[in-house]
Ligand binder design. Structure first.
Ligand code: ZN
Length: 682
């Protein structure tokens, strides 16, 4: 019997995803780790000259391969999780983490980099290569390479422990989300919920072998029930389940509480070992913002400017709920429902009505047309081996030449992590004298098509798609060929959202909306009258939404500066933050931090503020398009060449100034999000 080939060992071109099995993971990790370790041994050997060609380049190639193979495993674990794959992933995780941490702390390699920087030839390297060497040295220092051995070992152990704690945090959250279902057998109890959503619930029940309608805590299932279900009891039950996920209730099977304290303690210790006053200061050492104080000042300023609008928003919903819905006290599980009813009454349209216009094939065709015009590219469907039959694959071309590819995995399903994201699959670089084109994963969680009709997207989902597509273009349209600065590699965290948030604004342009809409029944484009209402509603309750984001960001920043995990209580800090900036207050049982995966399991620790920070940049960039015409190809090409193509070959601030001709201003953000009145609109 011949063993099937391991697709994770063949990285010569696209990965054969359909053939990847859990048992391939361990072998692939062993193989690429050995390659990397051999490359490291060669790079750090005494006789190896301290040059770019002898040290940086071969090692970088080995890192790229290992990261790509492991990235593919992590991706599959996120989108088609099975117990066997999860086991294989978890078994390999400590090995992989250990390998990369050792690489980042290798004394001999650190010495080689310093020797490269000190060599007379350093000045003859290209500016980009000099930048990469300097940044490597900075990162060595930040990962403990300059510390005495005992401390260095401790930093390494902390890295391992943090990686495992974060993985466990995500698993708990996914398991807690999947553990809940509400099966309703009396259709009358679901009155108010649109037919499409009911069909989704029915299909979900059927798939689970049950009668009736099955509602879960996955977002496309949960949110419509909260917005439309007339039955207050159902909304309350769902709200309680959602806001207590991964906490001590329900026997604490998936309780993230101890993990949060553990993670915070480890981060604090790590920062202290590296000579920083707190974890936030360590986090900001590689970011665009200059200090935690600057971030706190930015957030508090934004809170102050947006709170009056937020308070007015809440008053409006409360008054409407009292007079029109007979709700004397608006509970948290009433708020999305009452807000939707107010929106319908004020703007006389519903999200569900709008959703029928955004059919997936048309949305994609229109989005592609837009970016084709702006950036001089062409996007066409292509063939590849896929991990799930629903996944689509595309090729990006310029002047008829392939420049990139991406996978689009769009629909929610069990075993797939919730949310939407982009990940680099392969980085644009030059290998053995040949150009390697970049590849990306575009992942969303839209409700899948049912009953043979195309999937339809809410306008929020359309905006999410534009957002993630902005990230995708940032990765794919790079002009860089040095991996360290190519695509989104090395881009400051608090600037990396600029292209994504920038592209979101186009989902609000009348022309663009026409080109991405086609009614699921009639084929009509979205009528002007309906779009006018949407525009009028665009910043509906935007003040409340803004202070909510500031609440999360401020909580995150304080958690990683003044908070002491040895004696302070996470919930108490959140309560303080809410008292300072919030306008609505959840019940006591709320355990939001236990599902705040961004900062406990993602890369946003002491970095959540970056959403708003880069929104300042993205709104300001979009304003340049408003000034020159929204589809202006010249402005598009400048955005392409000054920002998208640059990767991290320059500081984000330099990119911005080169595009805009000046430093960023907060005004466009406040105007475009409706915090201050819109003087520009006629
Ligand atoms: Zn994003």
């Amino acid at each position: 019997m011949t063993e099937s080939k391991n697709p994770l060992l063949d990285l010569s071109d696209l990965i054969d995803y359909a053939a990847v099995k859990p048992e391939h993971v361990a072998e692939a990790v062993r193989f690429w780790r050995e390659r990397l370790e051999a490359a490291l041994a060669r790079a750090t050997a005494a006789e190896t000259p301290a040059t770019w060609e002898a040290v940086v380049e071969p090692l970088e190639n080995a890192v790229l391969d290992f990261s790509r193979a492991w990235g593919a495993v992590g991706h599959l674990q996120s989108v088609v999780d099975t117990p066997a794959l999860r086991d294989a992933y978890n078994a390999a995780l400590p090995v992989v983490t250990d390998c990369f941490i050792r690489l980042s702390q290798d004394e001999a390699l650190f010495a080689k980099y310093r020797a490269i920087e000190a060599s007379p030839d350093f000045k003859s390297l290209s500016a980009v290569r000099q930048r990469i060497v300097k940044r490597e040295i900075r990162d060595f220092v930040l990962s403990g390479a300059a510390l005495p051995e005992a401390k260095r070992e401790r930093v390494k152990a902390i890295g391992q422990a943090l990686s495992q704690a974060s993985q466990k945090f995500s698993e708990n959250l996914l398991d807690a989300t999947n553990a809940f279902e509400l099966v309703v057998t009396d259709k009358a109890k679901l009155a108010g919920i649109p037919e499409e959503t009911l069909a989704l619930y029915e299909a979900s029940a059927k798939a689970a072998g049950k009668e009736g309608w099955r509602i879960t805590l996955q977002f496309p299932s949960y949110l419509p029930a909260m917005k439309y279900c007339n039955d207050r009891g159902i909304r309350e039950a769902l709200y309680r389940a959602f806001s207590t996920r991964a906490a001590e209730f329900d026997g604490g099977r998936f309780d993230n509480t101890p993990l949060m304290t553990e993670i915070l303690k480890l981060r604090r210790e790590e920062a202290s070992l590296l000579g920083f006053p707190n974890f936030a200061a360590l986090s900001l050492a590689t970011k665009m913002a200059v200090s935690p104080e600057a971030v706190l000042e930015f957030l508090r300023d934004l809170a102050k400017r947006s709170k009056p609008k937020a308070e007015a928003d809440v008053r409006e919903v409360n008054e409407f709920a009292r007079s029109e819905l007979g709700l004397d006290k608006v509970e948290p599980w009433d708020r999305p429902y009452a807000s939707e009813k107010l929106r319908e009454s004020r703007f006389s349209y519903s999200d569900a009505e709008v959703k029928r216009y955004f059919t997936e094939p048309t949305v994609f065709a229109g989005l592609f047309k837009l970016v084709e015009t702006l950036f001089g590219i062409e996007i066409v469907p292509a063939e590849a081996s896929l991990w799930h039959p629903d996944v689509k694959f595309f090729e990006v071309r310029r002047d008829g030449q392939k420049i990139a590819n991406f996978y689009a995995d769009l629909y929610a399903r069990e075993g797939k992590r919730s949310g939407a994201w982009m990940d680099g699959e392969r980085t644009r670089t030059i290998r053995d004298g040949r150009l390697v084109t970049p590849v990306a994963y575009l992942v969303c969680n839209f409700a899948a098509p049912v009953n043979g009709k195309p999937a339809t997207l809410t306008h929020d989902e359309v905006t999410t798609l534009f957002h993630e597509f902005g990230h995708t273009l940032h990765h794919l349209l790079t002009a860089q060929t040095e991996a360290g600065v190519s695509g989104i590699n090395g881009v400051e965290w608090d600037a990396v959202e600029t292209p994504s948030q920038f592209l979101e604004n186009f989902a609000w342009d009348r022309d663009v909306v026409k080109s991405i809409s086609c009614h699921v029944e009639t084929g009509e484009t979205l009528p002007d009258e309906l779009f006018d209402k949407m525009l009028a509603a665009k910043n509906f309750l935007a003040g409340a939404a803004c202070v909510r984001q500031v609440e999360f960001a401020l909580f995150d920043m304080l958690l990683h500066t003044t908070f002491d995990p040895e004696k302070d209580v996470v919930r108490a800090l959140l309560a303080d933050v809410r008292r300072e900036v919030a306008v609505v207050f959840p019940p006591d049982y709320d355990r939001f931090p236990q599902s705040f995966a961004h900062i406990f399991a993602g890369g946003y620790a002491a970095g959540y503020y970056s959403y708003k920070w880069s929104e300042v940049l993205s709104c300001d960039c979009f304003e340049a398009f408003e000034e020159t015409g929204i589809r202006n190809p010249e402005t598009g090409r400048r955005f392409l060449t000054e920002i998208l193509e640059r990767g991290s070959s320059r500081d984000a601030m330099e990119n911005f100034v080169a595009f805009r001709g000046r430093k960023p201003r907060i005004d466009a953000l406040l105007r475009l999000t409706g915090i201050v009145s819109d003087e520009k609109e006629a």
